[in-house]
Structures are given as structure tokens and as C-alpha cells.
Design a protein around this ligand. Structure first.
Ligand SMILES: [Zn+2]
Length: 80
């Protein structure tokens, strides 16, 4: 069970988002100098890292809508 976290390196531009590693947003993304993807082992680490990455941001983090349903059903995570 792996996840990826999307980070926009320009502060306060785009909310930090957690996706599943198989999400098309991740598998088809074009590398850019202003965005970064972090791969993490599991949902716990994904949340910790998302919180850490976004702690200096005004807009925080959330689960990507495209991946939220999958995260809920396969991980039984009621914090989503
Ligand atoms: Zn996604």
C-alpha cells in the first residue's frame, strides 16, 4: 500500500494532496521544477509527511478527491 504526496514548491499555491501511487495524476505527471512528488509507505506516513510539508503553508493538505474513495474502502480510514 503506497501513497504519493503532491507538493507545489511555490508556497501557498496549491494544497498539498495525498494520492495513491497508482493514481493517473502521479503516473502520468510531467516532472517540473516547481512541483514535487514524495513516495511514502503507508497512510500513516503519508499524513505525517503531508502535515510536515504543509506546516508552513496557509492552505494545508488534504486527500485528493480522485483517491479518497479508494483510501476509504481499502484502508478503512475514517479520518478521511
Ligand atoms: Zn489521485
Amino acid at each position: 500500500m503506497n501513497f504519493v504526496i503532491f507538493q507545489d514548491l511555490i508556497p501557498n499555491t496549491t494544497v498539498v494532496k495525498i494520492h495513491r501511487i497508482g493514481c493517473h495524476h502521479y503516473t502520468t505527471h510531467e516532472p517540473t521544477t516547481t512541483t514535487k512528488w514524495h513516495e511514502v509507505e503507508d497512510l500513516k506516513n503519508a499524513k505525517l509527511l503531508a502535515e510536515d510539508i504543509s506546516k508552513n503553508s496557509k492552505i494545508g493538505w488534504r486527500f485528493a478527491k480522485c483517491c479518497t474513495i479508494h483510501a476509504k474502502s481499502s484502508l478503512d480510514c475514517d479520518e478521511v
